[in-house]
Design a protein around this ligand. Structure first.
Ligand SMILES: *Cc1c(COP(=O)(O)O)cnc(C)c1O
Length: 392
């Protein structure tokens, strides 16, 4: 074996020793509330398809019709990758968000790294919740701004950091946060974030990946739910979760979007989303906006499930949403509990470091509006028989 292969083997062994080795597991039928893995049917509590729209005929038809325009957009947006359907979709997204303009990105990951790395320059300061998504962290890493990381939801510490930046004479301050946190299922303190952003003249970007389609009127997001969307400078979100599609958006006032078109490298130097994906998103946007009933079902199911877990004394972090963690502690133990659930026909993937902090490994339950009562009752019954640590 050559030098590199030896080194990679060693690195992988270290990952394995830490109980953090990752493997791919092919599944079938992931768009449903139950899927098949290794020939075994499992209740699917691990997808982001919160409203069940990934399997909806109307959404799939959107893709089928658009396929007639070809398999590829053939170029980046600024070359010949912008067609009428794309422009119309961006207008609709802007209207849905109540902003002047919107811009599509290839994915949420590309949106966050492009937006943050282009807005933030040397001499600017960025303030980021420690539990923000990896794509936000990487976007910040790509910038040359001063970085402040505040403890999860700790507005006192954020204010201290804003004061510190002010004292140092930093002019352009930018706060960035998930609105619903992907691994804890809790909410950013939006009202306080807005208060602080105003007090210190900072900008605010919210990542609504897990809230888009789920929270607020017409599923516009958590900022809309709390009636503060006007105060948020950029609302980012993805179509890969509740929309059951792929791709991402950023919405804001015209000047923000024009700037991104001119400077976000993950927008400029990549091929535009293909027609089928534009068609899927457009169809999904229509059904998402009118999906009050499914949103309501999802919330009821999530509340019911979380209440059951808490009544047993299990820790579900600050979850108030469709994402419900069950904190376990060590990676080994989380993997073991996850395997025990698989044996009982339940798929709830173990989330381990570095995705979550050390000692905070967990099972992450993602509820769907389409989970049946029998499915959820089975999960609760199985969990009741298991010995999960009541505190970690
Ligand atoms: C999933 C997610 C992303 C990335 O979105 P993709 O479209 O899957 O690339 C970004 N931010 C948050 C908070 C997410 O949960």
């Amino acid at each position: 074996m050559n030098l590199w292969e030896n080194e990679l083997k060693k690195r992988l062994q270290r990952i394995e020793t830490a109980g953090c080795y990752r493997q791919l597991h092919p599944v079938e039928g992931a768009v449903g509330s139950a899927l098949t893995r290794n020939g075994k049917k499992l209740i699917n509590l691990s997808s982001n398809n919160y409203l069940g729209f990934a399997g909806l005929k109307e959404v799939q038809d959107g893709a089928r019709q658009a396929l007639e325009r070809g398999g590829s957009s053939t170029a980046s947006r600024l070359i010949v990758g912008t067609d009428e359907a794309t422009v119309n979709l961006e207008k609709e997204i802007a209207a849905w968000k109540g902003k002047e303009a919107a811009l599509l990105f290839g994915s949420g990951f590309l949106a966050n790294i492009g937006v943050l790395s282009s807005l933030l320059r040397r001499g600017d300061a960025v303030f980021s919740d420690e539990l923000n998504h990896a794509s936000i962290i990487d976007g910040i890493r790509l910038s040359h701004a001063e970085r402040y990381r505040y403890r999860h939801r700790d507005m006192g510490q954020l204010e201290q950091q804003l004061v510190d930046a002010e004292t140092r004479g930093i002019q352009h301050k930018l706060i960035v946060s998930d609105s619903v946190f992907s691994m804890d299922g809790d909410e950013a303190p939006l009202l306080q974030l807005i208060e602080l952003k105003k007090k210190y003249g900072a900008a605010l970007i919210l990542d609504e990946a897990h809230a888009s389609g789920v929270w607020g009127a017409e599923g516009a997001g958590l900022a809309h739910h709390y009636g503060v969307a006007d105060e948020v400078d950029l609302l980012m979100g993805t179509f890969s979760k509740a929309f059951g599609a792929y791709g991402a958006y950023v919405a804001g006032e015209r000047v923000w979007i024009d700037y991104l078109i001119n400077s976000a490298r993950s927008f400029i130097y990549t091929t535009a989303l293909p027609p089928a994906t534009i068609g899927t998103i457009a169809a999904a946007l229509e059904v998402v906006r009118s999906a009050e009933e499914r949103r309501c079902m999802l919330k009821q199911k999530a509340d019911w499930f979380r209440t059951h877990l808490r009544e047993r004394g299990w820790e579900t972090a600050g979850s108030t949403t469709q994402i419900i963690p069950l904190l376990i502690g060590s990676s080994e133990r989380a993997m073991k509990v996850s395997q025990q659930l698989i044996d009982e026909g339940i798929l709830a993937v173990a989330i381990r470091p570095p995705t979550v902090p050390a000692g905070r490994a967990r099972l992450r339950f993602s509820l769907m509006a389409t989970h049946t009562e029998e499915e959820l009752e089975h999960v609760v019954k199985v969990l009741a028989r298991m010995s999960v640590p009541s505190s970690i």
